[in-house]
Write a protein that binds this ligand. Structure first.
Ligand code: NA7
Length: 536
């Protein structure tokens, strides 16, 4: 790379203006560091900028899925619903950018394509798609674990004459499906949230399902003012209690320590029903062993299948909607009215597992020898998760080491934050950390606090670089793998495992140890003068 556009090297260059990048910029500036954010999109908000499909909303409750770093912010901001819808989350991201004066540090419409470590300068040379360049001591990748949409190469898709939308890259102009026949492929969280909303608009909706998924009710509703007032009376305490939870949220629900296998049939039913009535991810916490013991898991799975059979009038459709895999192995979906949508006469379910998609035509697709016609297509086919965005970047560490070579067999890093051979680089909410298993804002705040404390430590000691050692990294990868080994998370084809992307190495990417254990390990490494790192 040649000379920098800005001759003054930055302290910190941050990639991505989602919640991770926004908080990183705020915190770096608070610490007196010269920092900027480069963002490929035309606005801030990351996930909530791109995922504007009908029905998009967060699956962690709004009072929890929000920043806790500033008491004034959390007191003043008001969520309208139990689970905030996408437009409100985007407004929140914009509010954060404005409130803390972050805009002048964010360059939009700037896709970083190259980042090379420069040994002589002990820093990073970063280049955007259009050739602009920057130099920075530290590079922070806040590009998100779910930011590269997965667009499968269906045979003949280019033949299809109508518009094709991806839920993770939804247009900014309103999309009106009124009077149209719509086809949708994919029944993960995005498909499941959008299907009831698209069904309410479209003349006909055909859902192409490869794997049925478990959906627990969201019971979404306007936020109860009494609940809001109670949380805000001690928001700091609420945040602390949530940080002590395995997933960084859900402290309002009692922790069950009982096995599903030791209770009576009646008690089993009552406890699962009570959690079903509450709604949300807490369903899997109804018993202590639902995610550890296959027999316990099967009882919860069968409970949900009974709910599906009760909700869906056509028994054949109900059977198709009943998932077979372990419940909770793929991410549980939290939504309103999903199963009931299939009772509407204009909503059709097509099983593309038994009748795979053969090819697209100008007016639809052919599966199992049968043509299904539609005017518009929605791909709710998910993301090249956790590693997809980094692996598309020309990212090179010491000695020109390419991330594509380093991670050819799957991601490896230390503490989920730093990569051996890539000095002064930090990754927020990426693989090897609790990331997507946590309320991701808790994960982000923890990572940013750790990174900025690390930079302060280095500066105080006059150190120019920090690099994870190969040995510490190997031990960490081993720990991440072992933590997943004891669970049911390896029993299905999930995006956590990379199984949704053909050819992607199968490796369980997030850390399943739980947030408190993870945070403690990160704190211990820091407290022991950055154990597992080389400081120079
Ligand atoms: P997901 O959860 O990865 O769901 C993608 C869906 O698309 C899922 O039903 C897939 O079926 C289906 N899919 C993917 N590729 C294909 C092909 N080639 N053919 C047919 N069907 C396919 O993505 P989401 O966007 O819904 O959610 C991602 C996360 O965002 C979510 O977990 C929350 O954390 C927020 P499969 O199950 O692979 O058979």
């Amino acid at each position: 790379m040649t000379a920098s556009t800005d001759p003054q090297p930055l302290d910190v260059l941050i990639v991505g203006a989602g919640f991770g990048g926004l908080y990183m910029l705020y915190k770096a500036r608070q610490q007196g560091l010269k920092a900027i954010v480069l963002e490929a999109a035309g606005g801030v908000g990351g996930t909530w900028y791109h995922n504007r499909y009908p029905g998009a909303r967060v699956d962690v409750q709004s009072m929890e899925y929000s920043f806790g770093f500033d008491e004034a912010l959390q007191q003043e901001w008001r969520w309208s619903e139990r689970y905030a819808p996408q437009p409100e989350l985007l407004r929140y991201a914009n509010h954060v950018a404005d409130r803390y004066g972050l805009r002048d540090g964010i360059t939009l419409n700037t896709r970083v394509t190259k980042a090379h470590f420069d040994e002589a300068a002990a820093g990073w040379q970063v280049q955007a798609e259009d050739g602009r360049q920057w130099q920075a001591r530290f590079l922070v990748l806040a590009s998100g674990p779910l930011s590269t949409p997965n667009k499968p190469s269906f045979p003949g898709l280019e033949q299809f004459a109508g518009p094709v939308y991806h839920t993770g890259h939804w247009p900014h102009e309103p999309v009106d499906f009124s009077g149209q026949r719509v086809g949708i492929i994919g029944t993960g969280s995005s498909g499941i949230q959008s299907i009831p909303v698209i069904a309410a608009q479209a003349r006909e909706l055909t859902v192409f399902q490869r794997t049925a998924n478990y959906v627990v009710p969201a019971h979404n509703r306007p936020l109860d003012p009494a609940y809001e007032a109670r949380i805000k009376a001690d928001y700091a305490g609420f945040r602390a209690r949530n940080r002590a939870m395995r997933n960084g949220f859900g402290s309002e629900l009692p922790q069950h320590t009982v096995s599903a296998l030791v209770v009576s049939e009646q008690e089993l039913e009552e406890r699962l029903e009570a959690r079903w009535q509450i709604g949300g991810f807490g369903f899997l916490g109804a018993f202590s062993d639902l995610m550890m013991n296959p027999k316990a898991n099967a009882l919860a799975a069968e409970f949900v299948r009974r709910k599906i059979r009760a909700a869906v009038k056509d028994p054949a459709v109900a059977e198709l909607l009943c998932p077979e895999q372990t419940i909770g192995c793929k991410r549980l979906c939290v939504a309103n009215d999903y199963y009931e949508t299939f009772n509407q006469p204009h909503v059709k379910l097509v099983d593309i597992r038994s009748a795979p998609i053969e090819r697209f035509t100008a007016g639809g697709l052919i599966s199992g020898g049968q043509e299904h016609g539609f005017d518009a297509l929605v791909l709710a086919t998910g993301f090249d998760a956790m590693t997809g965005t980094l692996m598309r970047l020309d990212l090179r560490g010491r000695g020109g080491l390419r991330i594509q070579d380093k991670w050819a067999g799957g991601p490896s890093n230390y503490l989920g934050l730093t990569i051996a051979g890539f000095p002064n680089l930090f990754n927020i909410a990426g693989p090897g950390s609790t990331s997507v298993f946590t309320n991701v804002i808790v994960a982000i705040e923890h990572h940013v606090d750790w990174i900025t404390a690390c930079i302060a430590y280095l500066d105080a000691r006059g150190c120019r670089t920090i690099t994870a050692t190969e040995q510490a990294e190997a031990q960490w990868v081993d720990y991440v793998n072992k933590t997943a080994d004891g669970t049911l998370l390896l029993t299905c084809n999930s995006w956590y495992l990379g199984a949704n992307i053909p050819g992607k190495p199968r490796q369980f990417m997030p850390l399943a140890a739980g947030f408190p254990v993870y945070a403690q390990k990160c704190a211990e490494a820091a407290a022991q003068d950055y154990k597992g790192f080389e400081l120079a």
